[in-house]
Ligand binder design. Structure first.
Ligand code: PBG
Ligand code: ZN
Length: 340
């Protein structure tokens, strides 16, 4: 029996000062972790061109290739075998001429519609998401349709973007993910899907908090989507704009989105955390974008970091902040690194 006097001798701060007992064993270190990385959390970006048998390296994006629909299938098969559960498609038209309205985005013979059909046919369990934007398909490289003065025409843009999303869903996409950041497109997209009788089998994943900045360069090399004039600062958010991000998250939630993306990831962990509070009832996704991925590779090549350890550290950070899904170019590596 502990005498009262002895018990009082131990000051509470002495007891709590030794934390090491909580994590000295590898199993304890796992117990200390909240959410764990899991293969099913990963969504893998695929760049698909309209040259069927293409397989081209993207110098600024290590280990990632742009492929045609024919070369895509055996590659995806090798990943599905390792546990890949979902992909996000980006179309890259290389053979046909682009126009100001981005007509090629939902060309029935174009790379995205063809890839949706081929993936659905070959991999019945694979979840197929499509990025929806016009920048890869417009002659001017902007994400929407423009007025004559070069500014974004909101009405015609969201109408066009919603129509593209409906056509992807018609072709069999399980999910559409608008990345244009033009106001009001979630509402138009949901209404379009409802009218087409597709809303019950298509998940709308809004890039709700997408910031402009320096981290999309390698992606634009891969997709050929750099704007020919100006930049995207009038529709993507300014990096200091936390208030705007909160409003965008609330707005897209109110417009009926099924999930939200915060993008980029590493420098916006506070926004991921905001999203997990504001959008408690829907899945929160973050996009570890091309520039972040390329930076980690560059640092590893310089010997500054170990690639595998830093990839785990980065992706664990997203989970800690509140993300439950991650779009990541590291997906093939994580399929090797994770047991399930
Ligand atoms: C298209 C789009 C972009 C990315 C995803 N969708 C490029 C951009 O907005 O300029 C970037 C993804 C990445 O960098 O990996 N709007
Ligand atoms: Zn775009």
């Amino acid at each position: 029996m502990v005498h009262k006097a002895e018990y009082l001798d131990i000051h509470p701060t002495e007891i709590s000062s030794v934390l090491a007992g909580g994590y000295f064993h590898p199993l304890l270190r796992e117990w200390q972790q909240g959410a764990q990385l899991h293969k099913k959390m990963f969504i893998f970006p695929l760049f698909v061109s309209d040259i069927e048998d293409e397989e081209t390296d993207i110098p600024s994006l290590p280990n990632i290739k742009r492929r045609g629909v024919k070369t895509l299938i055996p590659y995806v098969a090798s990943l599905v075998e390792k546990g890949l559960s979902s992909v996000i498609l980006f179309g890259v038209p290389l053979t046909k001429e682009k126009d100001p309205e981005g007509t090629l985005a939902d060309d029935p013979e174009g790379p995205v519609i063809q890839a949706i059909k081929a993936l659905r046919k070959n991999f019945p369990d694979l979840f197929v998401m499509c990025d929806v934007c016009l920048c890869e398909y417009t002659s001017h490289g902007h994400c929407g349709v423009l007025y004559e003065d070069g500014s974004i025409n909101r009405e015609t843009s969201v109408r066009r973007i919603a129509a593209v999303a409906v056509n992807y869903a018609k072709a069999g996409a399980h999910s559409v993910a608008p990345s244009d950041m033009i106001d009001g497109r979630i509402k138009d997209m949901k209404l379009g899907l409802i009218k087409a009788g597709l809303a019950h089998r298509c998940f709308v994943m809004s890039y709700a908090a997408k910031f402009s900045g320096n981290l999309y360069g390698p992606f634009r090399d891969a997709a050929g989507s750099a704007p020919s004039h100006g930049d995207r600062k009038c529709y993507q958010l300014p990096s200091g704009g936390k208030g705007l991000a909160r409003r965008a998250l609330m707005r897209d939630l109110a417009e009926g989105t099924d999930g939200v993306i915060v993008k980029p990831s590493t420098f916006y962990l506070d926004v991921i955390s905001e999203a997990s509070n504001i959008c408690q009832d829907i899945p929160i996704c973050t996009y570890h974008v091309s520039g972040e991925y390329a930076m980690l590779h560059a640092a590893a090549e310089k010997g500054v970091v170990d690639l595998k350890s830093i990839a785990f550290e980065a992706h664990n950070g997203f989970l800690r902040a509140g993300a439950r899904l991650i779009i990541s170019y590291f997906t093939p590596e994580f399929l090797e690194w994770l047991e399930q």
